[in-house]
Design a binder for this molecule. Structure first.
Ligand code: BG6
Length: 480
């Protein structure tokens, strides 16, 4: 669709950016905090660990001041469960609560709306050891208790919540390969069943938490954060279009249908039934799911997925990484009998091999908006790249400006398409530690002066993209 005259971004559009606690706070054992599983997972020698990261825990005031200078209207960050209830046993850590009170107040003082993620990959390790973390139903009550503390302590000032960042990665990845040794003790034959059980536990926990929040704060926005790679058919073969539907259903509708419509997606359900892998539903689960629905959607978008038909009869393929090569670990897959990923010849890639597709963001927004009819905010989007700090303190990152400019242009088109897009918070506000590729893979508007192992002075420097984004916000997206 092309328009003769474009409408603008809404006046109160939430321009900002995102971070997550374990990737930027550091201070991983300070002030009563316990460690999360990710902080204890071994990292390769040439990659930074999560002990200090960007030291945002100590420097949040300086960082929020820089966000204000950029003109941020919103800051999406996560609360570390390990700071609030370090032992997972219900005892609340007052210093943890105090820290997030301070961060929230600092945002509000600077005219920045806090958007809070309750869980961003950082389950307390003690719960992993106690009962296997998200593999056990015990986590539902522990998670609900932790979230209840957050709603009680912060809900008077935080009105925008997201529950469990990208909880939709796991099941799809698992279908593609297997659990590997992360879930030692579960063999491949049982992996599918175990995987959907984990997804189900996360979904019940999410619905429960949505219900608690809505009960306590009727003016709160609360919903899921998914990453979504909208499918494109590899060819005009009709079967490849079926694969697109399969891609979208397995990657994202499985989760969003539960969170927003209160029920499982029929296609995924039928697949599970066929593979003898329906989740273990306990009495009351479906009632919880049906009763509590999200009232907004928060979307992480990095790339699309080019997909084709995958046949069960083709013995050359299995639940393993496709040899045809896709864009990255999320698209180079083959789920036999469901969907197979391909590289997209029309798209360029980042230095880290991720396909770059700005139009894909418009596709994603349209599909989600028309399917769920909810307000949407983008909580992640961005380019991981190697940045160079020059001697004069400048950082020239035209590649990041180009990337964001193209994606923001597609946001505006999506708004013109009727999508109720209410904000754009790309990844990331400041440089932080990538989930798998250390400090070298930078996303921020604000450069953090450290290497993988040399912490240097952890000083903050404004990148060229910082000044560019400042103008974008000042002009409410008119000047890109
Ligand atoms: C998202 C995650 O999937 O992608 C972030 O929510 C992550 O935590 C971001 O950092 C970028 O991925 P990566 O692997 O480059 O850090």
């Amino acid at each position: 669709m092309e328009y003769k005259k474009l409408i603008s971004f809404p006046k109160d559009f939430l321009w900002g950016a995102s971070t997550s606690a374990f990737q930027c706070e550091g201070a991983y054992d300070e002030d009563g905090k316990s460690k999360c599983e990710r902080e204890l997972r071994p990292v390769p020698d040439n990659i930074a660990d999560f002990s200090t990261t960007s030291d945002h825990y100590h420097r949040y005031k300086e960082d929020i001041a820089l966000m204000k200078e950029m003109g941020f209207k919103a800051y999406r960050f996560s609360i570390a469960w390990t700071r609030i209830i370090p032992n997972g046993d219900g005892v609340v850590n007052a210093l943890g609560v105090q820290h997030y009170n301070d961060v929230i107040d600092e945002c509000l003082k600077n005219g920045i709306t806090p958007i809070v993620t309750l869980h961003h990959f950082d389950i307390p390790n003690c719960l992993e050891e106690r009962y296997g973390g998200w593999r056990s139903r015990e986590v539902i009550d522990d998670f609900a208790e932790y979230c209840t503390v957050c709603f009680k302590e912060f809900g008077d000032r935080v009105k925008h919540w997201t529950v469990n960042n990208e909880y939709n990665s796991f099941f799809f990845d698992m279908l593609n390969s297997s659990f590997g040794d992360k879930t030692a003790g579960i063999d491949d034959q049982n992996a599918l069943k175990a995987g959907i059980n984990i997804a189900h536990i996360k979904l019940v926990a999410e619905s429960k938490v949505i219900g608690i929040c809505q009960e306590m704060w009727s003016d709160a926005w609360i919903g899921p954060t998914v990453h979504y790679e909208p499918g494109y058919a590899f060819s005009s073969r009709p079967e490849d279009q079926l694969a697109v539907d399969n891609n979208d259903a397995f990657r994202v509708y499985l989760y969003l249908d539960v969170a927003c419509k209160g029920k499982y997606h029929p296609l995924v359900w039928r697949f599970l039934e066929d593979r003898d892998a329906l989740p273990d539903i306990q009495p009351g689960d479906m009632e919880i799911i049906a009763a509590h629905n999200a009232n907004w959607l928060t979307l992480n978008y990095y790339m699309s997925a080019t997909v084709g038909y995958s046949s069960l009869a083709d013995e050359s393929v299995s639940m393993a990484i496709s040899q045809d090569g896709g864009a990255d670990d999320m698209t180079s897959y083959n789920i036999q009998g469901v969907v197979k990923g391909y590289a997209n010849p029309h798209l360029k890639r980042s230095e880290f091999g991720w396909e770059i597709d700005a139009v894909g963001l418009r596709n994603a927004l349209r599909r989600l908006a028309y399917r769920y009819d909810l307000p949407i905010i983008i909580t992640e989007n961005g380019l991981g790249a190697y940045d160079q700090l020059e001697e004069d303190g400048s950082i020239h990152d035209p590649y990041r400006i180009e990337y964001l400019k193209n994606h923001i242009a597609q946001c505006r088109l999506a708004i013109n398409d009727g999508v109720n897009l209410i904000g754009f918070c790309p990844w990331s506000a400041i440089d932080l530690i990538s989930t798998h590729q250390g400090m070298a893979k930078r996303y921020g508007f604000i450069y953090v002066n450290r290497d993988e192992h040399d912490l240097k002075d952890l000083g903050r420097y404004r990148k060229d993209s910082f000044y560019w984004y400042q103008k974008v916000i000042e002009s409410n997206g008119e000047i890109l």
